[in-house]
Design a protein around this ligand. Structure first.
Ligand code: F6R
Length: 606
């Protein structure tokens, strides 16, 4: 994941910028750079690879200047070369950026037509030229950034400095986190407080949609409507400077809110954003020749695998066998020639998943694992380890790891479909484009705080809750029920919506909330029929859908409005409201959200 730092210092800042970047190394990166305002001009040094290469450059060509920004880049748009490394700049402005600018191609075409010359393959450079364009029109830096932000689509964080402005830095947050650090006569910027620990423990976390104008005397913060606003300065505690809870009450809330950023980084690892095509690593077997995909995992990771079954069978037309690892390891399942076995695990240490992996390996399957901890046993024992770039997940209930697992599995489904000729190039572009829009949609879903709180207030009174979904929404219903029971201790069950009438409908009465995961896809009408069966028996429906409640033919107790999207990406988006509902319900009840009773983060026993 990329890292951002910025310093408005009292003396030269280059070495402090590198120190701050070093504290962000844990996020992973493949190039780095810094830029400063030196004698009114913007100067920069960048290097491929590790920070020591940048330090070497700085010894050869030192950089003066009291105002600077720095970046560790995890390549998304364009290869990890020095040319593509941040900061990007013109002679007027320099920018560091995390996240994805979705409409960069469109912006680039327009700006090139106006005579702007682009030097890199990155999406970030469109931001640099957009701001330069506004400056060329005579806008001052603050107005230029304000106007440029209105044109940017996607989820991102930005740090910006200007030629001729020794006491100015602008920061913007939309989907990717940013923290401001307050010093005495100095100000700092970081993608998290960890980067700023050596300088200050007085931290302001920007909220979604905020942008800030930093000068040595302090920060002016504006909300997404452009209204001047105040955000608290909090004291970061020492322990938080290793794994930081930010200004969230629980790690789980922080991790849910990190999803626009971590999903965008994970997707960028498997997609070529510039061409809107999949760029999947070699798994050591010809994807066109796969006879069957066998998926195994536990808990939440298993539900991610279950979504993948729908994707791979539908788009790649390959049969998928899936089972929870604790069953599969003893099932003695016959495995085919040319079989691909996929294991999904956040920790990479889950004992049942590891045992199943070994069984599949012994039975000559090609082993691919989707893991968050890259050094884990499951990663090491796989033929191909496919990382999720979720960063450390501390909350016991898995959230961001789940959507990152889905991100990798979606790319895998497209890669297999492409290799087998099951989708056209146009279909591939459409699916990849839909995926690149996921971070922005998640950021919008996260903003609807009030509805999740009011649903949670009702759920907190319930004894039993049902979750329904069809097709790829069925695993999301299962995941919703799991999230709720593990952190709120309320009994919950997920069902395939069509299965309701075969038994569970007996449970429905006016005391049972029924959460229906119902994107308006080709199965929507079928789900609506099941929903009416619930309504007819007095069940309290909570509808999560992009369709208006009238279309569902009922008056739900609550309606969580979802964006209109390609149904392919629905599981990635509908996962978020069910996480938030569970989270707020647990907070309402007062359970230990991050460490619920009886649960462990990594289950290394049978
Ligand atoms: C649920 C949860 C668990 C894990 C399961 C597998 O919120 O976190 O169900 O998903 O224990 O763990 P990993 O992914 O580490 O193999």
């Amino acid at each position: 994941m990329c890292g951002i730092v910025g310093i408005l210092g009292k003396s030269a800042v280059a070495s402090d910028l590198v120190d701050a970047l070093r504290r962000l190394e844990y996020r992973g990166y493949d190039s780095a750079g810094i830029a400063t305002v030196e004698g009114g001009r913007l100067e920069r040094r960048r290097a491929e690879g590790k920070l020591r290469n940048l330090e070497k450059r700085l010894i050869e060509e030192p950089l003066a200047g009291r105002t600077g920004i720095g970046h560790t880049r995890w390549a998304t748009h364009g290869r990890p070369t020095e040319r593509n490394a941040h900061p990007h700049m013109t002679n007027k402005v320099s920018v560091v950026h995390n996240g994805i600018i979705e409409n960069f191609r469109e912006l680039r075409t327009k700006l090139e037509a106006k005579g702007h010359r682009f030097d890199t393959d990155t999406d970030t450079e469109a931001v640099v030229h957009l701001i330069t364009d506004e400056l060329n029109k005579g806008n001052d830096p603050v107005a230029a950034v304000g106007r440029a932000l209105d044109h940017l689509q996607g989820a991102f964080a930005l740090g910006i400095i200007f030629a001729g402005e020794d006491d100015l830095m602008i920061a913007a947050r939309k989907g990717s986190p940013l923290a401001i650090g307050h010093g005495t006569g100095e100000m700092y910027l970081g993608s998290d407080a960890i980067a700023l620990a050596p300088f200050t423990d007085a931290i302001t976390y920007l909220e979604e949609g905020d942008w800030a104008v930093l000068r040595r005397s302090g920060a002016e913060i504006y909300d997404r409507q452009g209204t001047r606003t105040e955000r608290p300065v909090i004291k970061a505690v020492a322990s938080s400077l290793l794994v930081d809870k930010g200004n969230y009450r629980h790690f789980m809330a922080k991790e849910i809110n990190e999803q626009p950023e971590v999903v965008s980084h994970t997707l960028a690892n498997y997609l070529d954003m510039a061409t809107a095509q999949v760029r999947f690593p070699d798994l050591g077997l010809d994807l066109a020749q796969i006879s069957r995909v066998t998926i195994s995992a536990c808990g939440t990771a298993y539900y991610a695998g279950l979504v993948a079954k729908y994707w791979i069978e539908r788009y790649a037309r390959v049969p998928v066998d899936i089972d929870v690892a604790s069953e599969m390891r003893y099932r003695e399942a016959p495995l085919p020639e040319n079989g691909l076995a996929v294991f999904v695990s956040q920790s990479g240490e889950t004992a049942d998943t590891l045992a199943t992996l070994r069984y599949c390996k012994a039975n000559k399957q090609r082993i691919a694992s989707i893991v968050n901890v890259r050094t884990s046993t499951i990663a090491r024992e796989s033929d191909a380890a496919l990382p999720t770039l979720a960063g450390p997940e501390i909350g016991v209930a898995s959230t961001k790891a789940f959507t990152c697992q889905l991100s990798v599995l979606a790319c895998l489904a497209i890669a297999i479909a492409k290799a087998r000729g099951a989708i056209t190039k146009e279909q591939e572009i459409a699916l990849v484009t839909a995926l690149t829009e996921v971070p922005r949609h998640i950021a919008a879903i996260l903003r609807q705080d009030e509805i999740y709180l009011s649903v949670a207030q009702e759920l907190a009174k319930a004894r039993d809750v049902l979750y329904l979904g069809r097709g790829s929404s069925f695993p999301i219903a299962l995941e919703g029920a799991l999230k709720l029971k593990e952190i709120s201790y309320i009994h919950a069950e997920g069902y395939a919506a069509g299965e309701l009438k075969h038994g569970p409908i007996a449970l429905i009465d006016e005391n049972v909330p029924v959460i229906v995961v119902a994107p308006e896809d080709d199965l929507f009408e079928k789900t609506v029929s099941n929903l009416q069966e619930v309504a007819a028996r007095g069940g309290q429906i909570i509808l999560i859908s992009d369709a208006a409640p009238e279309k569902a033919g009922c008056t739900p107790a609550a309606h969580i409005q979802m964006p209109k999207i390609d149904s392919f990406i629905a599981p990635l988006l509908y996962a978020v409201p069910i996480q938030l509902i569970a989270y707020h319900t647990a907070v309402q009840i007062g359970t230990d959200v991050d460490q619920p009773r009886n649960l462990a983060k990594s289950v290394t026993v049978e």
